[in-house]
Design a protein around this ligand. Structure first.
Ligand SMILES: Nc1ncnc2c1ncn2[C@@H]1O[C@H](COP(=O)(O)OP(=O)(O)OP(=O)(O)O)[C@@H](O)[C@H]1O
Ligand SMILES: [Mg+2]
Length: 312
């Protein structure tokens, strides 16, 4: 559904993205992660025809973003980092305006607007002036305009940024609902959000893709293993001692976040935390943290964005 090859964007004195290649299959929800300035927005703007790349190619729904921008835009709904709102328009009026420029047939407009308004929780503010809305509500209007023409692909640049916790949950649910029929790329800085909504993660760092993996593969302690995170203050690397404990299969140092953190793979269903805790005390280490780990995405993220080059 989306294929990029060697996309590169060079600003004067700055390579914003550098040889970005990835594919997104139909119906997939992909989380796009990376530190500030990594190149997420730049990539998204190129895919949505908002700016040209310096070199490389990108095809969206079979259309080249450089040669067939109109066809690409018909297939894509885009929520930019700062939604382009007409602040003096009322919300409904703005959505009517957008539906006209997006070419939604007149007979369909009302239904499409009603659906977007409902899905984005805008019912109560339809007649309010957009410029007088709070940030979170403006974000909702941005989402509503992105899905207005019911495009098969959605590119969402930090869709939950600025929303209150309840709305965050609702937007995530909405994204899950759109799965299957829609292909979605969303950027976020909230790692659990990726685990909650996406099937695959792409991590970009300094303009290069450093990881592209399905979450199932990343979450993979295996069916009979579970993962623990341990943080201790000890004078040396203690992974070997940890591995000698009964029920602990491996202990890997998580280098990115200081040398004191370890990821332990343990027998599932046999809580080894008490044993690990008393062992740490016995050894005279200072125990700073010990907890079950739902996902190791955070550790992987820190590893690939702090190590040079990373893994593909
Ligand atoms: N118009 C521009 N002119 C010059 N440099 C730019 C321009 N737009 C972006 N950049 C640079 O390109 C790089 C990538 O920026 P981009 O906005 O794509 O990052 P991002 O991953 O979206 O970051 P964030 O998480 O902060 O949104 C940054 O170094 C940024 O400073
Ligand atoms: Mg950005």
């Amino acid at each position: 559904m989306i294929v990029t090859e060697n996309l590169t964007k060079i600003y004067p004195g700055k390579r914003a993205i550098d040889g970005v290649s990835f594919e997104v299959q139909k119906g997939e929800i992909v989380g796009f992660l990376g530190p500030n300035g990594a190149g997420k927005t730049t990539t998204m703007r190129i895919l949505t025809c908002f700016q040209p790349a310096s070199s490389g190619t990108a095809r969206v729904a079979g259309h080249d973003v450089f040669e067939a921008a109109d066809a690409v835009k018909r297939n894509i709904g885009y929520l930019p980092e700062s939604p382009p709102l007409y602040l003096e328009m009322r919300v409904r009026e703005y959505l009517e305006f957008v539906s006209r420029i997006k070419g939604v047939p007149r007979s369909m407009r009302r239904q499409r607007i009603d659906e977007s308004v409902e899905r984005c929780g805008l019912g109560d503010v339809q007649q309010r002036t957009t410029g007088k809305l709070s940030k979170g509500y403006r974000q909702r209007v941005g989402l509503a305009q992105a899905m207005l023409h019911n495009p098969p692909i959605l590119i969402l640049d930090e869709p939950t940024s600025g929303l209150d916790p309840k709305q965050v949950v609702e937007v995530r649910r909405l994204i899950r609902e759109l799965a299957g029929e829609h292909t979605i790329i969303l950027s976020t800085h909230i790692l659990p959000e990726v685990s909650m909504t996406c099937e695959r993660v792409i991590i970009i760092n300094q303009g290069r893709i450093v990881l592209s993996r399905s979450l199932r593969d990343l979450d993979a302690p295996g069916p009979d293993r579970e993962s623990l995170l341990l943080e201790v203050e000890a004078s040396a690397d203690v992974s070997e001692q940890l591995t000698s404990l009964e029920g602990v299969h491996s202990a890997q140092r998580v280098a990115a976040d200081g040398a004191r953190r370890y990821r332990l793979l343990c027998d599932r269903g046999r809580d080894v935390r008490p044993r690990v805790a008393s062992f740490a005390v016995q050894q005279g280490w200072r125990l700073l943290e010990l907890r079950a780990q739902e996902t190791n995405l955070e550790e992987i993220y820190l590893r690939v964005v702090t190590s040079e080059g990373g893994v593909a």
